[in-house]
Design a protein around this ligand. Sequence first.
Ligand SMILES: Cc1cc2nc3c(=O)[nH]c(=O)nc-3n(C[C@H](O)[C@H](O)[C@H](O)COP(=O)(O)O)c2cc1C
Length: 186
Amino acid sequence: MTTIQLPEPQALTMTLGDALARRRTNRECTDEALCDKDLAALLWACAGITSEDGRRTVPSTLDLRAVTAYVLRADGAWRFDPEKNALEQTTAEDVRELSTSYQYEYVKKAPVTIVFVADRERSKNARPTGVFVDAGTMGQACYLAATSLGLAGCVRASFDHDALRNGMKLAEHMEPIVLFTVGRPA
Ligand SMILES: Cc1cc2nc3c(=O)[nH]c(=O)nc-3n(C[C@H](O)[C@H](O)[C@H](O)COP(=O)(O)O)c2cc1C
């Protein structure tokens, strides 16, 4: 399996109050690649482990941690492993286009789309809506981190979920729920 070790995340230095006040959806971003320090900061914000017992920056239904962050880039789809701060490739194909079946052109070229994927096996004893809330908190964490980093981001739920899951080579019980597309502001 191809893996990428991510560097230490870029520090998020904006105050929480400022990040909340400035957070906006911005769909105008350039094609320029994101540096891995910024990517690591976004992933830490939405899925980082912050205590010895494995708890994270975000809450999760029944503490199941059933939603995992994946990354779509030009070089393929990647699962974020928060314990190793590493990316594990699920496909080398550029599947960014599959994340915009009926919406925006810019998403095909935006450098990074983070996909929040629910493991429906792992969450089977929780209410079905729980993973939606988990993914929502992760999306907001990405917005706040992107604001602190000066990046343009957008949460998106309008996409063909089955086409994206198949393109990312995920198992049937893995359900992409919502996306966060991010890049440098145009
Ligand atoms: C659950 C959810 C799904 C969304 N889906 C989309 C989407 O598919 N496409 C899109 O362009 N924006 C999407 N958005 C972004 C909203 O359009 C945006 O948050 C709203 O217009 C308010 O703008 P703001 O985020 O700047 O406050 C979504 C937001 C949420 C919370």
